[in-house]
Design a protein around this ligand. Structure first.
Ligand code: PLP
Length: 386
């Protein structure tokens, strides 16, 4: 029995919980790396809070306000549990998303500690949200930035990466937003030794694959709620607070994004109930179905490391993100054609930083509400366009 057969009934029940999906049966939403759809439970939690509990947090002495404050503190604890954090030194800070969170770590925590001649290792083939803040932080202190190499032959092969005595931060990405590859952070840690801080951009892994900070030895994890079933405008920085000073956001933050935090808490509950291990297996099986189909069509070029396409790949598996080009139809045109067939994918340069792809491509990123039938439908249209 294949994974898709095995988990089919379970997935069918979960799919029904997404109003945007159920309300549009003719459309296949295949752009979850941009943002995920929201289950009813998340929408209900937000509506319930706004209609029965709405009050500002950390101000006021009346019960509604106190309840909101308590819910936010509970949500912080929930983030720690969701990330498998068993320590008692860590902190969780709510931000608007990964972009703001990475910038906050770079500017508020790292930049004040940097000295001229220090260096930061940065993945310049990754999302600009995980490159520009580190470049800015380095510029503030006349520090240097050096690339974490990515190449299509070897994916993230860290063997040639040198972590030096002046390396003050490794800006890692958990799952690549174009290639779907895993940076294998445990290898970075082995290379760096115990003292160099690692900041993990988990925008494409949180809510997709289980994360266990018990075994993943990083110092910061930053993610966006909207890519993991919660509302837009909420995300979190988790800080281990063991290597170097404890992280604290700079300046005044004002009233929290309370409904966003409520949605994030509900999304983590939903994901925990559904089971991230099964979600990851389902998504990976859809991805394998798509890459196998595409690999049999010579008109298409799948981007990224080809070795990672094999189910028994000796390099890391891809995580449910597949990006490709048609060899003669431009990717933007292909995006429009697919949209006209009800297949919603992303077609552009995907916000990749300076060492990324030079021309646009089409990215397909399924999630738990997608079905093998939708992947087959996409493959049929792509086959016709050969
Ligand atoms: N990092 C990665 C790997 C991403 O894929 C994205 C968004 O696509 C971001 C960071 C930025 O996330 P946000 O726009 O939610 O701040």
């Amino acid at each position: 029995m294949t994974v898709l057969d095995d988990l089919g009934d379970w997935q069918c029940e979960l799919r029904k919980q997404f109003p945007m999906i159920e309300g549009n049966p003719d459309v296949a939403y295949l752009d979850s790396a941009a943002t995920s759809q929201k289950p009813q439970a998340v929408l209900d939690a937000v509506m319930d809070y706004l209609t029965t509990g709405n009050a500002n947090a950390a101000r006021g002495t009346y019960p509604w306000a106190n309840r909101t404050t308590a819910r936010i503190e509970q949500a912080r604890e929930q983030v720690r549990r969701f990330l498998g954090d068993m320590t008692d030194t860590s902190g969780v800070h709510f931000v608007s998303g990964t972009t703001e969170g990475l910038r906050a770590v770079a500017r508020d925590w790292l930049a004040p500690q940097l000295e001229p001649g220090d260096e930061i290792l940065v993945p310049f083939a990754d999302h600009t949200a995980n490159t520009l803040p580190w470049v800015e932080a380095a510029a503030l202190a006349a520090a240097a930035v050096r690339a974490i190499p990515y190449d299509v032959a070897h994916d993230y092969d860290h063997r040639n990466l040198v972590v030096g005595p002046r390396t003050r931060m490794i800006a890692a990405t958990h799952v690549h937003h174009v290639y779907g590859s895993d940076m294998n952070v445990h290898r970075l840690r082995a290379l760096a030794g115990p003292d160099v801080p690692i900041c993990l951009d988990a925008a494409q892994s949180a809510g997709h694959v289980p994360i266990s900070l018990d075994t993943l030895d990083v110092d910061f994890v930053v993610f966006s709620g909207h890519k993991m079933m919660a509302l837009p405008g909420i995300g979190a920085i988790w800080a281990r607070n063991r290597r170097g000073p404890a992280y604290a956001p700079a300046g005044w933050s004002g009233s929290p994004n309370t409904s966003g935090i409520i949605s994030l808490a509900a999304a983590m509950d939903w994901l925990d109930d559904a089971g991230l291990e099964r979600i990851a297996r389902w998504n990976q099986a859809l991805e394998l179905r798509l890459t196998s189909g595409l690999a049999a069509m010579p008109a298409y070029e799948i981007l990224g490391c080809q070795t990672s396409l094999a189910a028994d790949s000796p390099v890391q598996r891809r995580h449910s993100i597949v990006t490709f080009r048609h060899r003669s139809i431009g990717s933007n045109d292909l995006g429009f054609i697919l949209a006209s067939e009800g297949l919603l994918v992303r077609a552009d340069g995907h916000c990749q930083a300076e060492q990324g792809e030079k021309t646009s491509s089409v990215r397909v990123s399924p999630h738990i509400y997608n079905t093998p039938a939708e992947i087959d439908r996409l493959l049929r249209v792509l086959a016709r366009l050969q």
